[in-house]
Design a protein around this ligand. Structure first.
Ligand SMILES: [Fe+2]
Length: 210
């Protein structure tokens, strides 16, 4: 009898899933104008962002494109939730990030919600990609010599490009790499929770972006 890898059935338990797509029906120019009008009117919030600006929560804004995004995202987030067995919820927080050259976001998660995501209003890859890292301490076990498969890698990076949308479990530790261009990266982040007024704690888990 020969027993090899193919002899086994495999289960993916506790998988870390990134749902990704692009949105083409959103007016990014309108969102960009809105972003700068918010920045001119408020100092914003200071959470995981370093040298960047983050707006107050805007999911209840009357702005047309924000309302459209909330509607589109709530539909998608609800469908994703149903697919994986999470309860139906609502967008409980949405905010805009404006990150100039040299800014970045420290590793953090989004406690208080169960799905989170980011949409890129104006960005290209050199302006700071979205990075996820595993939190199971596998770096203490998996040999560095391993091939870089989804099973063995320690981190994964997704391009921060205009129109890209990423959704992920709020527990997944993520950071944003440094913007290396002398041009603002503009993105919009959101949380999905059971309750509309659930605020969240954006927990920093390390003190450096790497
Ligand atoms: Fe985040």
């Amino acid at each position: 009898m020969t027993l090899n890898a193919k002899s086994f059935k495999t289960d993916l338990i506790f998988p870390n899933v990134i749902w990704k797509t692009t949105l083409t029906d959103i007016d990014n120019n309108e969102l960009k104008k809105f972003a700068y009008s918010l920045k001119n009117a408020s100092d914003g919030r200071k959470l995981s962002n370093v040298n960047g600006w983050q707006s107050d929560l805007i999911h209840n804004s009357n702005h047309n494109e924000i309302q459209k995004l909330v509607e589109v995202l709530e539909f998608a987030l609800t469908d994703i939730s149903v697919n994986v067995g999470l309860p139906m919820g609502v967008i409980s927080g949405m905010w805009i990030n404006i990150n100039p050259i040299n800014s970045f976001n420290l590793p953090h998660d989004h406690q208080g919600s169960y799905l989170s995501g980011v949409y890129y209003i104006d960005s290209e890859q050199a302006q700071g990609n979205l990075k996820f890292e595993r939190t199971d301490n596998a770096e203490f076990f998996i040999p560095k010599e391993s091939a870089g498969t989804n099973y063995t890698k320690f981190e994964e990076t997704y391009p921060a490009e205009t129109n890209n949308l990423y959704i992920f479990g709020s527990w997944m530790k993520h950071s944003v790499e440094q913007n290396t261009l002398d041009k603002d990266r503009i993105s919009l982040s959101f949380n999905f929770s059971l309750l509309p007024d659930a605020n969240y704690n954006q927990i920093e888990t390390k003190t450096s972006v790497e």
